[in-house]
Design a protein around this ligand. Structure first.
Ligand SMILES: C[S@@+](CC[C@H](N)C(=O)[O-])C[C@H]1O[C@@H](n2cnc3c(N)ncnc32)[C@H](O)[C@@H]1O
Length: 519
């Protein structure tokens, strides 16, 4: 892949005597004002290539945990499919909630009525001459589909500086044309906005549909409220996708996005986050990226059918005498060509048609979605049944194993009253899942942070169960502290509103108890 920098300044050659004083002056300036300088001096540059569009490349080595970017939204708004929420803070509202005194949109407080993000739909609703009336609060409300798009269009009409940044974002208009979604948006959003808000003479259908594309391709979902809302960012919307990314995103309580390195990043490496769920199988991730972002992913993980030797999408060979695993020739071909190649065993070379594989996976997926949630017995039985058919690391089994690892010890009485059999299972699951995720998604911070917290609790419990053996107690407590330290490092950017942020807070408290423990 050729990487051509978009030149920001023309390159000018100069002599060493001209160059040195300039560099020294710059260094002095940075040293004198480091507190402010570090906020603007980012360890990446934005480059452009034909295949990726704009993306970011590291300009120096970056350490794990380092924050690369902290940015407030350009535009935030309700997701396209949402139950009615307050248009100021995005908290759920109901029939008892108040409405904006000027425009009628649901809001939850006077502060939210005056929130700057609410100005666009408020002004357009006032200009239309009639208040908005939201009556149904228990369903995904169609009128909300237009809000975030309307907020972008408002920038186009009144705030050209912000609009310029929005307009530069990718919309994939050509690929979207002729899709069902595009036609739905034409009717439900473009035609609705023009008629309902009487904006026929201001925005064309095509202009509105382009904004729909920009919102779809670039918005980040912010999980801080019961119904997540979405936001567009100037810089963070340029981040490239990778199914095994080197960065993680998190959000501050105020909706700022935080991009932090999940593993060491070398100078010139691409900076990436994961747009989809990294714990889905390869065909599902690739299809989801095509459906939502209009590109077929060809990252290292997608190109490696074994997913870094984890066999995360592999089936067990159906011959009971064989210990091999089945995979297709490649997953890259499969998503583009519906028929795909047969899946072949890596030991006995037996084959299974894509049709049979698809059928089997669909059946197991249905079983998983119908399985009662939060029941340890059900999880154990699912794992026992399907370890006969799937690789132990398979994404369906990983999903259930993660749930089970968290669940054991959460019952009344906690880990202290957990049977040794369940306790040993929890410990094994946590260790296996740590080793899987370290290979598969070493740049991911949340899943591993939570697993490390569970491992820390298991080690503390081992110490408690072996008080008559000081050596075991000492070594278990040392391990517990080590896992807790790593957990704190991985979860340090999580906001308290999210479960991972709560675990982080608990981890900090638990760490204080280790203060008395000598190394
Ligand atoms: C959120 S935008 C990223 C910024 C965009 N590259 C730009 O120039 O505005 C997402 C789009 O970038 C491109 N993209 C991101 N990651 C990619 C990847 N790994 N492979 C191919 N295209 C990618 C796709 O066109 C995708 O729809």
């Amino acid at each position: 892949m050729t990487s051509s920098n978009v030149p920001l300044t023309a390159s000018v050659s100069c002599t060493l005597s001209e160059f040195l004083p300039r560099v020294l002056r710059k260094m002095e300036h940075q040293k004198a004002d480091w507190k402010n300088h570090k906020k603007v001096c980012r360890p990446f540059k934005i480059v452009y290539t034909e295949d990726l569009g704009r993306h970011m490349v590291a300009t120096r080595d970056i350490k794990p945990g380092e924050i690369l970017l902290k940015e407030q939204p350009l535009i935030s708004g309700p997701s396209q499919n949402t139950v009615p929420v307050c248009v100021g803070c995005y908290k759920n509202v109901d029939e008892k909630s108040r409405c904006c005194s000027k425009c009628g949109w649901p809001i939850c407080s006077e502060i939210c009525e005056k929130a700057p993000q609410h100005i666009p739909e408020c002004r357009y609703s006032v200009m239309r001459g009639d208040k908005v009336s939201i009556k149904n609060f228990n369903m995904i409300h169609p009128t909300y589909q237009c809000v975030t798009v309307l907020r972008c269009l408002y920038q186009k009409q009144f705030l050209p500086e912000t609009w310029k940044k929005i307009d530069e974002l990718q919309s994939h208009c050509e690929e979207r044309k002729d899709t069902q979604k595009y036609e739905q948006e034409r009717v439900n959003i473009a035609q609705f906005i023009r008629k309902f808000f009487k904006l026929e003479s201001v925005f064309t259908e095509e202009e509105i549909l382009k904004v729909c594309g920009i919102v779809m391709i670039n918005s980040h979902e912010i999980p801080l409220t019961d119904t997540p809302y979405i936001a567009l960012y100037d810089q963070a919307s340029l981040l490239e996708h990778n199914c095994s990314p080197n960065c993680s995103k998190s959000f501050t309580d105020k909706g700022y996005i935080l991009i932090s390195a999940g593993k060491p990043i070398k100078k010139d490496e691409h900076i990436s986050i994961c747009y989809t769920d990294p714990l889905w199988g390869t065909p599902n991730r690739r299809q989801h990226l095509w459906d939502s972002k209009y590109f077929w992913c060809e990252c290292h993980r997608c190109k490696d059918k074994t997913e870094f030797g984890t066999y995360f999408s592999a089936l067990r060979c159906q011959d009971s005498n064989c210990t091999g695993f089945l995979l297709p020739e490649t997953f890259i071909e499969n998503s583009m060509n519906e028929k795909g190649s047969d899946w072949k065993c890596n030991a006995c070379k037996a084959k299974l048609s894509t049709y049979s594989v698809h059928d089997l996976l669909e059946r197991i997926g249905k079983d998983l979605s119908e399985m009662p949630k939060g029941v340890i017995r059900e999880c154990r039985s699912f794992i026992e049944t399907y370890e006969q058919l799937l690789h132990p690391n398979h994404y369906y089994l990983t999903d259930v194993k993660l749930a089970l690892a968290n669940m054991i010890g959460q019952e009344e009485g906690g880990l202290v009253e957990t049977s040794s059999e369940d306790f040993d299972l929890k410990l094994k699951l946590c260790r296996d899942l740590m080793s899987l995720t370290e290979k598969l998604i070493p740049g991911e911070r949340r899943v591993r942070g939570v697993l490390l917290f569970e491992l820390h609790a298991c080690m503390a419990e081992i110490a408690r169960r072996n008080t008559d053996d000081p050596e075991i107690v000492k070594s278990a407590l040392m391990d517990s502290k080590k896992f807790l330290t790593e957990c704190i490092e991985l979860l340090k950017h999580e906001p308290e509103a999210l479960p991972e942020g709560k675990i982080y807070k608990q981890a900090l408290q638990n760490m204080q108890e280790f203060a008395v423990l000598k190394e």
